[in-house]
Design a protein around this ligand. Structure first.
Ligand SMILES: Nc1ncnc2c1ncn2[C@@H]1O[C@H](COP(=O)(O)OP(=O)(O)OP(=O)(O)O)[C@@H](O)[C@H]1O
Length: 641
């Protein structure tokens, strides 16, 4: 019997809830009226889920309690009379497993709990599975013959999907245990990193050798795990000069430190840094703690040769790639920071069988992401069936999805296999799920729950094994409020959402996407066009792209068709966002710039848009998709200072 704790300061409501839950077959472990009471009760009774009101007796409220429950990895559902604006946002940030709005209908309460248990179980299972995989990976790294730099790099690369970072710094001790040094990996692409040993650190931070030695020797010994966010990071930097130079150089906003005592005592601490605020929490510390044995022995093989002088054996400043995990995301172009987060999510979710909900404006690449998840999953050799729910006439959707028997309705002359059956063993991609009529949403929910379908006019249910990926550009929360989308279906699908940013939010991707489409369409239309001028690129970077990548793609296609020069010299985009793009005009007979002149202009424009920064995820090299050293030599050749 599942156990639920009710946290509610109005005793009438509390007792009413208790009666409903008991008659639905739950065990109610108690009714607490304050956060303190609730925590004691949780320790004693170990409920499976907590149903909590936001307003409680005492100084702390339900959101404070929720934060503690998140740290304990416990399931909880909010219950409140008002979730408005900021309060709702704050409540959502604690990642609840459901919301119930007072007054509620009994049915809605029970469905929400049912869904919450399902989601909790699902997230638990996927995190267990991921943890097992990570443990296994760390063992493989330990047993693998290879140099230490590759080992550290592979550790960093494997941790990325679980603990996102822009920089992972390993603090290490030398053989005699007296000298400390560090090796850091700065993320510059999906699985591309810039290695920073002592020399590189001195170069990028402008610190001289003696100062760096002093910094290392004065590093505070941190023996406990800690995560640090925003303002606290400044405080930490005051005490930790190494964190200070790293944070100042790369504008980090949060950090997580985790000490590990390595069997051969060479590795002392993992330091994760992120440019996003509030990236780290108790769940990351808990994960690292569970991996402590694996992390503690991962460099064990180096016991015979614990000298770290061979660490920096790579050509300095060249990006390093781990020898495995080279992912091809099925043609997804873009390495901007928001896009790297999307790629990380794809990488994590693909091997699991969980449903995925892809959210994003029209033309952002939702279908492309769905294809990538399918092709990276264990179902890749089975079909991926794409259904656009918006383009099907309402009266045909059901037979289209579930199929029909001959004679099931007037006009059903032949038996028809539905899309779900076609996708058996594979994946179905339900695009524009927000358009699905409400009665079919119930049927879809049943497919998700029971993994079976029923053909129209059929004799009974048919078992199927299909993974569902759904996508929408609608605001589903608003659709639910207005009664057009079912809450239970939303939560079933929302187990793993992937949010694709609009192109406006990742302008760093515009050069790479443009070059990709230029090369694709110039080949397709057999035109010798191989680049775009700096001025034209600057205009493209300035435009707001309301139609996102699709608009960019169509624009380049038209430009290629009309262009008469080997380099696209000029583009004419609307001045006001929202107005229609004008067709590009091509200069005829004008003096053409040389390729070098164009390259020079392009590099200068990108450098300007990156505030002169070359390295780093938002540096010019990353924007152009070049290693920083290559960019340096190009700049030297073209006389750019
Ligand atoms: N990151 C990307 N890299 C390469 N091509 C992309 C990328 N994102 C989108 N595209 C291309 O842009 C076009 C639109 O993408 P897609 O159809 O996946 O968008 P969508 O979000 O599903 O749109 P809608 O909501 O209108 O269905 C496609 O031709 C797709 O291949």
């Amino acid at each position: 019997m599942k156990k639920i704790l009710i946290v509610e300061d109005e005793s009438l409501v509390g007792h009413h809830l208790k009666l409903i839950l008991i008659s639905a077959g739950y065990k109610v472990t108690g009714i607490s009226e304050s956060v303190g009471e609730a925590l004691t009760s949780i320790d004693e009774q170990k409920p499976d889920l907590v149903l909590l009101d936001i307003h409680l007796k005492g100084a702390l409220n339900g959101i404070d309690l929720a934060r503690k429950l998140t740290e304990k990895n416990m399931a909880f559902v909010y219950l409140s009379a008002n979730f408005q604006g900021a309060l709702l946002e704050e409540a959502k940030s604690t990642m609840p497993f459901g919301f119930i709005i007072k007054p509620f209908r009994e049915d809605d309460l029970l469905t929400t709990l049912d869904v919450a248990f399902y989601r909790y179980q699902n997230s638990l299972e996927s995190s267990r599975q991921q943890e097992m995989e990570l443990n296994q990976k760390l063992k493989e790294i330990r047993d693998h013959e290879g140099d230490r730099m590759q080992k550290l790099l592979r550790i960093a690369d494997n941790l990325q999907a679980y603990i996102p970072f822009d920089y992972l710094n390993f603090i290490l001790k030398t053989t005699n245990n007296t000298t400390v040094t560090s090796i850091g990996f700065l993320r510059i692409g999906f699985n591309e990193y810039q290695a920073l040993g002592e020399q590189e650190l001195m170069n990028v931070t402008g610190t001289d050798g003696n100062s760096l030695k002093n910094i290392y020797s004065s590093l505070p010994a941190t023996n406990k795990a800690q995560y640090i966010n925003s303002e606290e990071l400044d405080l930490l930097c005051n005490q930790n000069p190494l964190s200070k130079i790293i944070t100042d150089t790369y504008d980090f906003e949060s950090a997580l430190f985790f000490p590990v005592s390595q069997a051969n005592s060479t590795l002392v601490r993992y330091e994760f840094y992120s440019r996003r605020g509030n990236t780290y929490g108790q769940q990351h510390v808990a994960l690292l703690s569970r991996l402590l044995n694996a992390l503690g022995s991962v460099l064990e093989g180096d016991r015979q040769n614990p000298d770290i002088s061979n660490l920096i054996s790579y050509p300095a400043n060249e990006p390093v790639l781990p020898k495995e995990r080279l992912r091809d995301f099925d043609g997804i172009v873009g390495q901007s920071r928001p896009m790297l987060t999307v790629l990380d999510h794809i990488n994590t979710i693909s091997p699991l069988d969980t449903s995925v909900l892809i959210l994003g404006e029209s033309g952002t690449g939702k279908e492309r992401v769905a294809k990538s998840i399918h092709s990276l999953s264990g179902r890749a050799n089975k079909p991926l069936v794409v259904v656009n729910c918006a383009s099907l006439p309402a009266n045909l959707i059901e037979s289209e999805l579930f199929g029909h028997e001959r004679g099931a309705f007037t006009g059903a002359l032949e038996k028809r296999t539905g899309k779900f059956e076609m996708a058996d063993g594979g994946t179905i991609f339900l695009d524009e799920i927000g358009e699905l009529p409400i009665d079919l949403q119930v049927k879809l929910l049943r497919v998700l729950q029971e993994q079976e379908i029923e053909r129209l006019g059929g004799k009974g249910p048919i078992k199927i094994n299909v993974r569902i990926i759904a996508a929408t550009n609608r605001d589903l929360e608003k659709e639910m409020e207005e009664g057009r989308f079912r809450l239970d279906l939303y939560y079933r699908l929302f187990v793993f959402p992937i949010i694709i940013p609009s192109l406006r939010e990742r302008i760093d991707d515009i050069p790479a996407l443009s070059n990709h489409f230029i090369s694709y369409y110039s080949k397709k239309y057999r035109k010798a066009i191989n680049g775009i001028s700096a001025g034209a690129m600057a205009q493209m970077l300035d435009y707001s792209w309301p139609g996102n990548v699709r608009e960019l793609e169509h624009f380049i296609e038209r430009t290629i068709l009309l262009s008469k020069t080997p380099i696209i010299e000029q583009v004419l985009l609307p001045k006001y966002p929202g107005s229609k793009a004008t067709e590009p005009e091509v200069e005829v007979g004008a003096r053409m710039k040389t390729i070098d002149e164009n390259e020079r202009d392009y590099i200068i424009t990108v450098l300007k848009s990156c505030n002169g920064r070359i390295r780093g995820a938002s540096g010019a090299a990353a924007v152009m998709g070049l290693p920083p050293t290559t960019l340096h030599s190009k700049m030297k050749r073209l006389g750019i200072k």
